[in-house]
Design a protein around this ligand. Structure first.
Ligand SMILES: NC(=O)NCCC(=O)O
Length: 489
């Protein structure tokens, strides 16, 4: 078991700050306030003190502080010309970044004074055991893999209170987000092998950092071609013990690591039926079991029901060497009962491997998994793929949009939520990444004891409602105001 120590100035944090140009604030930084910014901020604020305060925050948001790597002096670049076009409208960067930053968190870190950033982070990410999450020092081999192969690498640690009768149960979890390796026009086998090759250094980084449980993104071994409705993409499907599983089994054995591998599954024993499945590979390289996605999207270009069936594996929890885990695949995150069922079966960590795009779901992304972690007293690891995948033939989805050849931007932003409502910052919005987190699983029971959600849940009244609701003669319990349809004057 790892010990859960609080380090004062983790070297990784300092480095990350330098990389992001997060230099300390000086008052002179505020003096370069652009006319445009001043006009904009003054428009709606009348009181002088408020105006100054607002200007400072707003204008710093559009100025980028960078440390010159040679002189270590602060350079400041104004970004507002890049952000606002002539007509005053924002231009969304095509690369998927947040105006040149990997994430909103990093934009804020670079733009706010350290004190403001600390308070903003507290409000956005919450506190774990009353404190901001610690970063953990990442081993050198992983750091050099991340610089060589240009993937985002972040690591945090969730603590629990010390208990008198139980030892801490700290596990190290890793999640990987990635873009595809080759264009969707390349031969299918090359595409799949290209992804294997791309993922190898990221998985190596996880293994060499001592990750105990690693999860990849939904259908990681193929482009997310389900928008097209073309049947040729079915060729990517594999049996549970197929090539992709074998590829990962080697890493599981090498690093004594449980690996969750979400694939497109072909069930050769049942008439070639296709499923969206997570294979759970044990830390000895054995296959512990599988879970098939329960809820299939019927939204936008997510035409997934053309390809695979609604899962028939229930809500299994897999008892592994490192804890009880479950997998709620992508669209299942919109279904609170799906989350609940994994919790009722005793999950301590639920992984949510996903593939979703900005226009559709980005405002929901930071909320749903975090809410599930709180409501069910378990950890949730949310993973989303990255990049824009362009397909050879344009398609439509009956929603009035002109034909197009891509889903839109998969916005990455993988993150981890804790039952105490705190969460990590998210990985990059546009780059591959590995997010590592230590978590003391004792926190799950501690939160159950604190909030008593299980004890106050009143499942019987909901079981009764659901049983009635499922009957064809169900009548909703609505009590109408008797005066509704009467004239009262
Ligand atoms: N892969 C998948 O189920 N996507 C649906 C879109 C969403 O849930 O955001």
């Amino acid at each position: 078991m790892r010990s859960c120590r609080r380090t004062k100035t983790p070297s990784f944090a300092v480095e990350a700050k330098e990389n992001q140009g997060g230099s300390p604030t000086s008052t002179s930084s505020y003096s370069r306030i652009s006319d445009r910014c001043t006009r904009r901020s003054m428009k709606n604020i009348s009181r002088r003190s408020e105006t100054i305060c607002f200007c400072r925050v707003a204008c710093r948001s559009f100025q980028i502080h960078k440390l010159d790597p040679r002189t270590k002096e602060e350079r400041m670049e104004s970004k507002d010309d890049e952000i606002f076009a002539e007509n005053g409208k924002t231009e969304i960067p095509k690369d998927g970044s947040v105006f040149g930053f990997d994430s909103l968190h990093r934009l804020l870190q670079s733009s706010l004074s350290p004190q403001l950033f600390q308070e903003v982070s507290r409000l956005l990410l919450g506190l774990n055991c009353g404190r901001a999450l610690d970063t953990i020092a990442i081993p050198e081999p992983a750091k050099s893999l991340s610089s060589k192969h240009d993937f985002d690498l972040q690591a945090f640690s969730f603590c629990a209170e010390k208990e008198s009768l139980r030892e801490p149960r700290i596990v190290r979890v890793g999640v990987i987000q990635n873009s595809i390796a080759l264009p969707t026009t390349a031969p299918l086998l090359d595409q799949k092998r290209g992804i294997f090759q791309k993922l190898t250094p990221i998985i190596e980084a996880a293994g060499s950092s001592g990750v105990n449980i690693l999860c990849l993104q939904e259908a990681w071994m193929m482009p997310f071609a389900f928008c097209t409705r073309e049947k040729k993409w079915c060729e990517f499907s594999e049996p549970v013990d197929g090539e992709s599983t074998q590829f990962l089994q080697d890493f599981a054995r090498k690093y004594n690591m449980v690996i969750i591998s979400p694939i497109l599954e072909r069930d050769e024993k049942h008439g070639q039926v296709i499923w969206n499945t997570a294979v759970i590979i044990g830390n000895h390289g054995n296959i512990i079991g599988k879970h098939r996605k329960n809820h299939i999207p019927r939204v936008g270009d997510f035409n997934e029901s053309t390809y695979y069936m609604e899962g028939n594996t229930g809500h299994p929890v897999f008892e592994t060497a490192f804890g009880k885990i479950a997998v709620n695949i992508c669209y299942g995150r919109h279904h609170p009962l799906n989350w609940l069922a994994f919790g009722l079966n005793g999950a301590e960590i639920v992984f949510n491997p996903s593939a979703t795009v900005g226009e559709l779901s980005e405002p929901m992304w930071p909320i749903e998994a975090r809410n599930a972690a709180i409501a069910n007293s378990y950890f949730v690891c949310s993973i989303n793929r990255v990049g824009t995948e362009i397909f050879p033939n344009p398609f439509t989805s009956g929603d009035g949009k002109p034909q197009h050849a891509d889903f839109g931007h998969f916005y990455g932003s993988s993150y981890i939520s804790s039952p105490d409502s705190s969460c990590t910052p998210s990985l990059s919005r546009h780059k591959d990444g590995l997010l590592i987190s230590d978590m003391d699983l004792n926190l799950c029971r501690q939160l159950k004891d604190k909030w008593g959600f299980r004890m106050t849940a009143r499942y019987e009244i909901y079981a009764d409602l659901l049983a009635r609701y499922l009957k064809p003669d169900f009548e909703p319990q609505v009590i109408s105001d008797p005066l509704l349809n009467k004239k009262t004057f």
